[in-house]
Ligand binder design. Structure first.
Ligand code: ADP
Ligand code: MG
Ligand code: MG
Length: 883
């Protein structure tokens, strides 16, 4: 077996496509060698050796030693040096690298091969003893820390003490003779700590470092990271051993890191930092302040330290050239590491650079316009979920953050306003033109108006799927939830954390993207929907097959959704309007009425309100499909809770409070989620369906007169399990349609369909489709009913399930494709077997989740519907799943 792959000197055994075998670092070093770029020669021991190592009680294959020796000899031949030689010793770096870059793996060891003898040879050869000793002390420090497990602080202390005693500020000021003394102290420290002298034998050093890299694959740090990132432990790590080049050979040497484009803005300019006379991690370690690579960056930063462009113009020009070569070769922004040894540039690493969402967008669009990528490739380059960061105001990265507490990043975007503690206060403040943040222990459906009025929501209790979090995401409002260390006292109107107290009216800022809560107002950056964003969305729309609709019931949400590109409404939850203003009294009257007559009385009051709501919605959505769901939630949700509320309803109905109280308690349900709701209500009380259908049809006629164009009406009956349920409700709707047609003389076109949200409906889809003209998969309820768990109560154990690895993701966030998804698939197939080409969609939170959208594409749904702010995410995800 070939265990070892050489690279360097313009060629390599491997290439970039051997990433799995050579690790990302090793594969790209091979690729750069093949491209003829200046790469110090070396070799990579494959990930297969790592696997072998763990399969064979931490030992190596028999033929590995010979292959390493041969590879070393080849490196020696290229460099004109010999590993362990006492005249021209070869020094090495030992580097780790898995398929994906992984924190938690072993740190790189530099200058390996140095000992009391070779250090002198290196110094004499370079004519620079300071450099040689500086390298040796670095090696002892690193090797002891990384391979031998000594405490690196003690080395730092020796160094700091020496500098303090000699009044020196920087390591680079320490002279050769002084390093000799420090090195003796270092070696003594190792011997004292570990009970063994520091290894002088280069072979022992090399195999010690190789063993440490493989060993680091199974450290608990590495295992934890792999679990979090879903990286199988079978991948293993590779070890790259490479000839050293020295950035610490004085003033004409340097080391640095760079990005081929700005990783935070995406701007197409080289961006990076370097240090003169330095090695390895000095640049990122913050020992000295690094310098800018380009003049442009130096000027922008107002730095007085010269840039690489000024200091070493030839190296800079060569580096710039290499950057552009690598970008063209990999067709992506690169993150590079380089070292300059006495004026000669060496490349040490390249990989695709990490970037912000903003940069990802700009780079993708720019690269397509530069001809480096096709439009479709650009569409694939941006992660849909990342767009979320771009659609909301964000805190200016330059602003100072006075963080008082941190909660969960429940709904993205930042918002600023005065603290209020109740939804009524929020509404009053909004009416008076003031901006507020609604601060609650938790929120409930009765807080909808306050959440609407507030700029953002902060709660001390509840997780990522709490009421506050779900509703806020739906509204596109920033929300920080579950800020557990926040003490909210409604009585005194104060909120406190870490010993600081804020009062009602004090200004705070919440950052729903990071979960931070800040004191005072900070500068914000506003989102831009035009420019690169618009361009990329345009490309996405060209290739997308599925339509994207929105879940909306208010005109504001509908308008926002249209701006984000929604192509209709996939779910209008009629009852969401029931909490607005005085309506709740009429709603309660309807629920608590004794008989049909009383109910009809209350429904008559609701009719004009519903009609008005629908008219406004239909005007905005003219010419587009609008799916309206008839009354769905359990009546329970609308029941009055307080005595005051009960008294209000009693007065409106002209009945006795006590009688009403009895009626209310008789409506109480133990499992409202599985209770008297959805079409079950409409079966019991057909007059509700009639009223809603009338409001819908009359609104359609009215809006049609205003806009000159009818909406495409889709009336959706919720929670159907039996075809007979749908038939019954359907009859009421059709009867009403006929009545409205003859009253208005307007020909109505509409479809009646159902939400598939019960397993029975999915299984019986062929039968139900005889009566349903369309299906919309209500995957929120379908998840609840398939798993047999309640979303509200699941928070208490789903977290444990995730932590113990029983489930990968919260099934309410990302569709459970195996189980719930199978029902969707069955429902789609059986529905279409009865009614070929039947329109199918999905509503519910999953309609805005990229992975779930991919699934919808795979089962051939016609559209997804999601909250307004997720519409762009869904457009991009739908495009990617079609490509
Ligand atoms: P990481 O994965 O943490 O980035 P690397 O293996 O890239 O670790 O090594 C870290 C740094 O060590 C590099 O950025 C480079 O500065 C230095 N380094 C690695 N190999 C060499 C080498 N052959 N010659 C000089 N410096 C090296
Ligand atoms: Mg690196
Ligand atoms: Mg439902």
């Amino acid at each position: 077996t070939k265990w070892v792959y050489n690279f360097g000197n313009g060629s390599a055994d491997g290439a970039a496509d051997l990433r799995n075998l050579l690790g990302g670092k090793g594969a790209n070093l091979a690729e750069m060698s093949n491209l003829g770029l200046p790469v110090p020669p070396g070799f990579t021991i494959t990930t297969d050796v790592c696997t072998w190592f763990y399969d064979h009680k931490n030992s190596y294959p028999d033929d590995l030693n010979g292959q390493v020796e041969a590879a070393l000899a080849q490196v020696g031949a290229v460099t004109g040096r010999v590993f362990g030689d006492d005249k021209k010793p070869l020094l090495l770096s030992v580097r780790s690298g898995a398929r994906v870059s992984m924190p938690g793996m072993m740190d790189t060891v530099l200058n390996l091969g140095l000992n009391d003898v070779t250090v002198k040879a290196i110094g004499e050869d370079a004519g620079d003893m300071r450099f040689a000793y500086d390298s040796y002390r670095r090696f002892i420090q690193m090797y002891s820390d990384v391979v031998l497990g000594a405490d690196h602080h003690e080395f730092e202390e020796i160094l700091e003490q020496h500098k303090a005693e000699n009044d020196l500020a920087l390591d680079t000021e320490i002279a050769a003779e002084d390093w000799v003394g420090i090195i003796e102290q270092f070696k003594a420290l190792v011997e004292k700590d570990l009970g063994l002298p520091f290894p002088q034998d280069p072979q022992e050093q090399l195999w010690g470092a190789i063993g440490a890299v493989f060993g680091s694959w199974m450290t608990s740090r590495a295992k934890t990271y792999r679990r979090l990132q879903d990286i199988p432990s079978s991948w293993g790590t590779a070890v790259t051993v490479q000839a050293m080049v020295f950035g610490n050979m004085g003033e004409t040497s340097a080391t640095g890191v760079a990005f081929t484009r700005n990783p935070s803005t995406g701007e197409n300019t080289l961006y990076g930092e370097f240090l003169v006379n330095a090695q390895g991690e000095d640049v990122v370690a913050g020992i000295r302040t690094p310098q800018d690579i380009t003049e442009k960056a130096r000027l922008e930063a107002g730095s007085t330290k010269p840039s690489l462009e000024q200091l070493m113009p030839e190296c800079f020009a060569e580096f710039q050239d290499i950057c552009s070569k690598l970008e063209h070769h990999y067709r992506d922004m690169q993150d590079l590491e380089f070292t300059i040894e006495k004026g000669k540039l060496w490349m040490l690493q390249t990989r695709a650079g990490k970037r912000t969402a903003k940069a990802a967008l700009k780079i993708a669009v720019d690269m397509a316009e530069e001809g480096l990528l096709t439009e479709n490739e650009a569409v694939m380059r941006v992660e849909p979920g990342a767009l979320d960061q771009l659609l909301h105001p964000t805190i200016d990265p330059k602003a100072t953050r006075d963080v008082i507490v941190r909660g969960l990043p429940a709904s993205p975007g930042a918002a600023c306003g005065a603290i209020v503690f109740s939804s009524d206060e929020a509404e009053e403040a909004k009416a008076a033109g003031r901006k507020v943040i609604l601060v609650r222990v938790e929120t409930s459906p009765e807080d909808i108006h306050g959440m609407h009025a507030a700029e953002g929501i902060l709660t001390s209790r509840g997780g990522m799927t709490s009421h506050a979090a779900v509703v806020a995401r739906g509204m596109g409002k920033p929300c920080v939830s579950g800020a557990g260390s926040l003490r909210i006292d409604y009585r005194t109107g104060t909120v406190s954390a870490v010993g600081r107290i804020l009062n009602k009216g004090d200004i705070i800022t919440i950052d729903g993207s990071s979960g931070q809560v800040l004191v005072g107002e900070v500068t914000m950056l506003q989102p831009a929907l035009s420019g690169d964003f618009g361009t990329l969305m345009g490309w996405a729309d060209k290739v997308r097959r599925m339509k994207v609709r929105t879940n909306a019931e208010t005109p504001a949400d509908a308008r926002a959704a249209r701006e984000f590109g929604a192509e209709g409404i996939g779910l209008c939850r009629t009852e969401h309007m029931f909490f607005e203003g005085e309506r709740i009294v009429a709603v309660r009257e309807m629920i608590l009425a004794d008989g049909e007559e009383g109910r009809r009385g209350a429904l008559d009051k609701l009719l004009p309100m519903q009609r008005q709501d629908f008219t406004a919605l239909f005007e905005i959505m003219k010419g587009l499909p609008v799916t309206i769901r008839l009354l769905d939630p359990p009546l329970h949700e609308f029941l009055p809770h307080s005595d005051e509320e009960l008294a209000n309803v009693a007065e409106a109905m002209g009945v006795d409070v006590e009688k009403l109280r009895e009626r209310a308690s008789s409506l109480h349900e133990f499992n409202p989620m599985l209770g008297h709701r959805g079409c079950r209500l409409l079966v019991s009380y057909p007059e509700i369906a009639e009223m809603q259908a009338r409001a819908i049809f009359e609104a359609a006629v009215e809006a049609g007169k205003i806009t000159g164009e009818l909406v495409l009406l889709e009336i959706m009956v919720p929670l159907v399990g039996l075809k007979a349920e749908l038939d019954l409700v359907r009859a009421s709707i059709e009867k009403t349609a006929k009545a409205v047609q003859s009253e208005t003389g307007v020909e109505l076109t509409y479809q009646i369909g159902t939400m598939v949200e019960l397993p029975r409906a999915a299984l019986q889809a062929a039968e139900i489709a005889k009566s349903a003209e369309f299906f919309s998969f209500g995957t929120n309820d379908l998840t609840q009913t398939t798993f047999g768990i309640s979303r509200d109560d699941a928070a208490s154990f789903l977290g444990t399930y995730q932590a113990k690895g029983l489930i990968e993701q919260d099934p309410f966030v990302s569709l459970d494709q195996d189980g719930v998804g199978e029902l969707v698939k069955i429902g789609a197939e059986r529905g279409r077997s009865t009614r070929p080409g039947m329109k199918l969609g999905i509503c519910g939170e999953h309609g805005g989740d990229p992975a779930s959208i991919g699934f919808c594409e795979s089962v051939g749904l016609d559209y997804v519907s999601c909250s307004p702010f997720r519409v762009p995410i869904a457009r991009l995800a739908a495009a990617q799943s079609a490509l």
